[in-house]
Design a protein around this ligand. Structure first.
Ligand code: GLU
Length: 379
């Protein structure tokens, strides 16, 4: 098992607050310089780079001379607004030393879940990269309340991988990679160099650890690996504190833990978007027969198997399909609104026209527009 680096051209680098800050949680310019120096070398080696950078709240705390993160949302949002500007100023000054231009892109979850906005984002990112400018991405923390938040930058970077078609996501952290056990608790914990598939064993190894300043612990990193690997792309976790760790990913040192994605996409583009990036607008509750038809035979969802509908959605929106115990079994694009489904549920498809006075589709969710969760995957 070895790292397949030949085909890698576009790299997404996510750097966490702990890799940018000093012990007081303030931005450490020396650390930024060291990161940018390595990025400039990667660019010289022919790679095209997108940077996802945390640190806005940390920089804001530094600017306002606060030792502790405030607890209210408006205060945190204000600090993010203050800090993001300073963060970008530091990046601009530092990248300029290497004659590299950079640009700021701030995102929220809606930029991924709304397909139009996602296309827009993809076009902008491509235009920036065609200009040879490095996009520096962060969550738009100044305006992000929980409902529209991705929440952590490991996930944000992973969601961005398909949008810009990156071949590799590098998570720069304060830990060498994934260990067999928590290395802070167990002396015999061993660093894994290579993960072929993110399975239950790997998930168990990741349990519980987190770094001092960032939001993402090892679990969010493993989830990020799953998102990226399911799209057929690679991910690696490296320690930003170690000398030249970003460069040593690609040489004989094989720095960090590599999560293999070169086995190809296990989810096609639409299914990947539905599974990881779309936000469900409601729930359709189905009976046992429909569960079986969907999960085992990959059939479309018909009105006859629906027993309830929750939430308010319109035709074309993504919804969760749950069983009678509320366990999510699928996600899909609904052909009918929640109001329409309330009228047709439990009825045969042949009755839809009589009930609604029109019938555009036989299926409430067509199998081609549905992804089965945690089991067999649809294209
Ligand atoms: N967006 C946050 C910030 O810049 C960080 C989120 C994270 O570290 O995952 O402060």
């Amino acid at each position: 098992m070895s790292r397949n680096i030949e085909d890698i051209k576009r790299i997404m680098i996510k750097v966490g607050s702990s890799s940018l800050c000093n012990l007081h949680g303030q931005i450490d310019k020396e650390k930024v310089l060291y990161l940018v120096l390595q990025i400039s070398k990667l660019i010289k080696n022919g790679y095209s780079i997108v940077l996802v950078s945390s640190g806005s709240i940390a920089a804001g705390m530094g600017m306002m001379k606060l030792e502790k993160k405030p607890s209210t949302i408006p205060e945190k949002q204000a600090l993010a607004a203050i800090g993001q500007a300073q963060l970008m100023q530091i990046y601009e000054e530092t990248f300029q030393l290497f004659h590299i231009k950079c640009a700021q892109v701030l995102l929220n979850h809606d930029d991924f879940s709304d397909r139009k906005r996602m296309m827009n984002l993809s076009n902008t990112m491509n235009a920036l990269m065609n200009y040879g400018v490095i996009p520096i991405v962060n969550e738009n923390d100044a305006l992000a309340v929980d409902e529209i938040k991705v929440g952590d930058n490991d996930t944000l970077a992973a969601l961005l991988v398909p949008v810009v078609n990156s071949d590799l996501l590098i998570l720069v952290s304060d830990i060498d990679g994934l260990y067999t056990k928590n290395p802070k608790e167990y002396e015999d914990a061993q660093l894994l160099k290579y993960v072929e598939t993110v399975d239950d064993k790997i998930i168990q190894m990741a349990g519980g650890s987190s770094s001092q300043f960032g939001t993402g612990g090892m679990m969010t990193k493993i989830n990020a690996a799953k998102i990226v690997n399911d799209y057929g792309k690679n991910m690696v976790i490296v320690n930003g504190e170690k000398e030249d760790s970003l460069l040593h990913i690609f040489d004989e040192y094989e720095e960090g833990t590599w999560f293999n994605g070169s086995h190809g996409k296990s989810l096609k583009a639409k299914a990947h978007w539905m599974t990881y990036r779309s936000t469900s607008k409601g729930k359709i509750v189905v009976d046992v027969g429909a569960c079986k038809a969907l999960c085992e035979h990959r059939r479309s969802l018909l009105a006859s198997g629906i027993v309830n509908v929750e939430g308010h959605f319109i035709m074309g929106q993504v919804v969760d399909v749950v069983d009678i115990d509320q366990k999510a079994i699928a996600k899909g694009i609904s052909n009918y609104s929640s109001d329409e489904i309330k009228l047709i549920m439990g009825h045969n498809s042949s009755d839809i026209e009589e009930i609604l006075h029109y019938k555009d589709y036989d299926e409430v969710i067509h199998a081609n527009n549905m992804v089965i969760l945690g089991g067999k995957k649809n294209g």
